[in-house]
Design a protein. Structure first.
Length: 280
């Protein structure tokens, strides 16, 4: 189980001082400092220095700091990787990962940092299982815009098989899986519905493009008060059943077996980790 909360992961353009500064006070679990698509081509080289200085300045607290570089086959990718290796961050995010060869290539530049993979190409999705199992991979981020572009598809239902293939691969390998962004950043109801859907599919959190999206993702991907209360009741009922020599308890008319207790304990551990993060 992953212990650090990843309910919300906000992309921040690595070129924008104001947004980089604003992020220090945002209640987000993960910051995705972007050198790729959020940065215009003529600003990419300067963005490396801007981001290096922002990270060196600190102030991001317990949030996970992950830097997305440009792909290694672009004119910026290799220099980005070398620059990120010297930055004060928690992980590096590689876009458009097609296979483990891409991960190996990046690993040569950054011997120490955990690597996260953007899953956003048809080839990458088909190779999801081997990419997730790569020993340097710590997480998947779904790139639903690029994937839809490459697929020539429209709408989230058309991507569902790809999302689930990436999820299966991530779960089998025990790495984090974050859902793609919701582009209509002023549509709260649409975002909420997509967060709930992503949570129910099994994603660990949602990638975001605007600070106004954070609270919605945090609420959807964090355990609710009802879920926490139910977990306590399941654990207590199961302990009582066991004390009476039973292997099954009943709570709210539903059976509770050992496997449900594993989930209940995971819910409580997640709630504790979120509380610790929010009080840090
Ligand atoms: C989407 C935006 C362009 C909207 O910008 P803007 O109109 O300026 O927003 P606001 O005026 O509402 O901003 C209010 C304040 O919030 C700050 N802000 C805005 N966005 C961010 C952010 N992402 N992080 C931190 N702070 C942010 C503004 O500076 C304002 O602050 P203040 O001036 O103090 O009031 C904009 O939100 C934006 O650029 N978002 C990021 C876009 C991005 O990162 N895109 C790339 C990642 S998504 C992707 O690549 C998908 C994937 O690869 C795929 O294939 O699917
Ligand atoms: Mg993309």
């Amino acid at each position: 189980m992953h212990t650090r909360p990843t309910r919300s992961a906000l992309y921040i353009p690595g070129s924008k001082d104001r947004a980089l500064d604003k992020a220090r006070g945002l209640p987000v679990d993960v910051i995705l400092f972007d050198l790729e698509d959020a940065v215009a081509p003529d600003a990419k080289i300067a963005a490396r220095d801007t981001l290096f200085a922002a990270l060196a300045g600190g102030g991001y607290g317990p949030r996970q700091r992950i830097v997305r570089i440009n792909a290694l086959d672009t004119e910026w990718g290799r220099a980005d990787a070398a620059a990120v290796a010297a930055m004060d961050c928690d992980a590096i995010l590689l876009p458009k990962v097609n296979s483990t060869a891409d991960v190996d290539a990046l690993a040569a530049f950054v011997p120490d940092l955990p690597i996260w993979a953007m899953m956003e190409t048809p080839q990458g999705v088909l190779n999801a299982a081997s990419i997730a199992a790569h020993p340097r991979i710590a997480g998947f981020v779904l790139g639903t815009n690029d994937l839809a572009k490459d697929m020539g598809s429209r709408g989230r239902p058309a991507l569902m098989m790809a999302l689930q293939m990436c999820l299966l691969a991530a779960k089998a390998a025990g790495v984090v899986a974050l859902d793609g962004v919701y582009n209509a950043f002023q549509d709260d109801e649409g975002l909420r519905a997509e967060c709930v859907e992503g949570r129910d599919l099994g994603f660990d959190g949602k990638t975001l493009i605007h600070p106004a999206q954070i609270a919605i993702a945090n609420a959807a991907f964090g355990p609710s008060a009802e879920e926490i209360a139910l977990a306590h009741r399941q654990i207590a009922a199961f302990a009582e059943a066991q004390a009476q020599g039973q292997g099954v308890a009943v709570v709210d008319g539903k059976i509770v077996e050992n496997l449900h207790i594993v989930t209940a304990k995971a819910t409580l551990a997640k709630a504790e980790a979120i509380a610790a993060l929010e009080s840090a």
